[in-house]
Write a protein that binds this ligand. Sequence first.
Ligand SMILES: N[C@@H](CCC(=O)N[C@@H](CS)C(=O)NCC(=O)O)C(=O)O
Length: 203
Amino acid sequence: MITLYHAANTRSLRVLWLLNELGLEFELKTLPFTPDALKDPAYLKLNPFGRVPALVDGDTGLFESGAILEYLLATYGKGRLMPDTDSAQYGVYLQWFHFAEATLMPPLSAIAQHTVIRPEDERIPAVAEDGAKKVAEMLAVIEDTLSDKPYLLGDKFTAADIMMGYSLHLANLFGILPNFPNLTAYWTRLQDRDACKAALATT
Ligand SMILES: N[C@@H](CCC(=O)N[C@@H](CS)C(=O)NCC(=O)O)C(=O)O
């Protein structure tokens, strides 16, 4: 049995969305997004960094949203939602898959930390502003990439779009996405998928 540890509007949305896309059965454990829940000793055994997501599948337990997506695709995907590893598109797939977390999320997290998450007296507005500037610069490049195709890899929706979709969800919550028409249309296209809709509706 697969168990996903999730908190609303966090990176665990990516895992929930993929589980829905693959039609897998799973148990969902929704945690409040609070230090009490995430730093609870029982949860720290699953993710010693006290973050979501974490996933348990039989004897396998792992954290990191991208790693969990790669694990689920390799174990249950049967080649779905990714290009063949020997195809010309595989490298570009990996590039966008990892860009969404490794490069785009740090400035988005800076905005989140310094506008919402940290106590007000610990927030530094300049850090949030710098994050917003960096996000806008990065989104301008992806806006261009999506000028002639519906998904990052072309006509085919892949797990790279799931990784990117969550990052754009945050950019939208922070009011940055509407400045980019291709990205706004792309995010609307992604939200039209039943699996994404169901994940977003899960709190
Ligand atoms: N790179 C990790 C980041 C995990 C992460 O930072 N998750 C956030 C929620 S989106 C979290 O749990 N933060 C709690 C905290 O920092 O205390 C991943 O992709 O899973």
